[in-house]
Ligand binder design. Structure first.
Ligand code: ADP
Ligand code: ASP
Ligand code: MG
Length: 401
């Protein structure tokens, strides 16, 4: 069972969560709980690094600092459970240990050592409460797993221990056809395939961290997303084969803060794209959509997108590229990406066409398009983001899902 930030937001919530755990206990059942930091604590810790002027610096001390929020909620929850007479104890990432690589602030889990956990359960422990978001690298420094990383901690532990399922408790009642904060009438999806959820998460639905879904898919660990504030039935993220009724479109995801960069009048000859994207990759910039038009004149334009935060960084990287000639660099940092996702697209034609038609009816101009087997993404002006999501939700009739 994993509980996110709002679910353990204050002491009253921690008490409520201890009650939920108590009702899930059975004579022959042991429970592993993974917790996030209490609401907003991670942001506050990151604010402190901003105040110090070291925000964004890759440094083991950053991870040592921002991982502490999880330790507070783990210990508080263990205390609350003990108060209910439950045999519980907290574990920090390094105590198990949860081994990671050394990419501070965005480390990947290499292995979870479950020996101590299993021994404690044999010795009578009923509930183990583990700090999410953190691990330890080869030189014994604390690492963190990137924002939203407690989801990944939970799935990694569930997979390592051979758990039949990983239950993720959050502040909404499951996975919805789109973010319910944007579309109030978004519908809850009963079952969604790993593949679709992976696209949803990586295209902006941060209800689950992308890497958690990836890991669940690889280890075949189903995830159940539930509301810690109510007893409603949640959403099961599982294998495609377990889903009888496949929707053509399952959901709409979006990324608000995108930027579009166009290099005009570049030479249309072998090696030019490499001269642009090589330096961008070296600078660690995540390039997303790419479009290049064919040319008759020997010169062409190339457009790509990246997150708005990385624009300045991207411009610097391009400026440093050797022998790259272009006329202008045109930046639009006021764009957003909207994507429709659905496994049914594999077998149904006309989905992209319907998306374009809907946007055109709202007079929304499409800057860039990209597709895969199960998604279509478009880049549009940011001010039309909500309108685009809502009208696509209506035209694909997702409230009836
Ligand atoms: P937690 O702190 O529990 O990890 P998060 O804030 O990370 O919670 O994720 C839950 C939030 O994800 C919801 O409050 C919701 O606004 C947002 N969200 C975005 N897309 C979706 C979606 N398709 N379905 C459900 N929630 C979504
Ligand atoms: N507390 C961390 C964050 O806010 C990890 C998590 O909540 O999953 O990113
Ligand atoms: Mg989260």
């Amino acid at each position: 069972m994993k509980f996110g930030g709002t679910s353990v937001g204050d002491v009253a919530r921690i008490k409520a969560v201890s009650g939920t755990i108590r009702s899930a206990l059975r004579p022959n059942r042991k429970i592993i709980v993974v917790v996030s930091a209490m609401s907003d604590q991670t942001n506050k810790l990151i604010e402190l690094t901003k105040d110090l002027g070291v925000e964004g610096t890759i440094d083991p001390e950053y991870d040592a600092l921002v991982s502490t929020g999880e330790d507070v909620s783990a210990s508080l929850l263990a205390l609350a459970l003990k108060k209910l007479g439950i045999h519980a104890r907290s574990w920090r990432g390094w105590q198990l240990p949860i081994n990671t690589d050394s990419f501070f602030s965005n480390a990947k889990i290499k292995s979870v050592n479950t020996k101590k956990l299993i021994q404690s359960f044999k010795d009578g422990l009923e509930v183990a409460v583990i700090s999410g978001f953190q691990g330890v690298e080869a030189n014994s420094r604390i690492t963190t797993l990137g924002r939203g990383g407690s989801d990944t901690s939970a799935v990694a532990i569930a997979a390592s221990i051979g758990s039949e399922r990983c239950d993720i408790y959050t502040d909404v009642s499951g996975i919805y056809t789109t973010d319910p904060r944007i579309k109030r009438k978004a519908a809850k999806i009963k079952k969604i395939s790993f593949e679709e959820m992976l696209e949803m998460a990586s295209l902006g639905a941060n209800v689950l961290q992308t890497r958690a879904v990836e890991l669940a898919m690889r280890s075949k660990t189903p995830i159940q997303v539930l509301n810690s504030f109510s007893n409603e039935e949640g959403t099961l993220v599982c294998d495609e084969e377990e889903i009888m009724e496949k929707n053509i479109i399952s959901g709409i995801a979006f990324q608000r803060n995108e930027a579009r960069i166009t290099l005009s009048n570049i030479e249309d000859k072998p090696g030019v794209a490499a001269k642009i994207f090589g330096p961008l990759a070296e600078a660690g910039i995540n390039v997303d959509m790419i479009v290049q038009s064919s040319s008759e004149t020997g010169n062409t334009d190339l457009t790509f997108s990246c997150s708005a935060e990385e624009v300045e960084h991207a411009k610097e990287a391009i400026a440093k590229s050797k022998d790259l000639t272009y006329k202008n660099i045109i930046v639009n940092s006021e764009v957003a990406k909207v994507s429709i996702i659905g496994i049914g697209m594999k077998t149904h034609a006309g989905v992209a066409q319907k998306m374009f038609e809907t946007l055109s009816e709202e007079n929304i101009n499409i800057h860039v398009i990209s597709t895969s087997e199960i998604k279509v993404s478009v880049l549009i002006e940011r001010k039309y983001l909500e309108l685009a999501v809502r009208s696509l939700h209506d035209s694909f009739e997702l409230e009836k899902i």
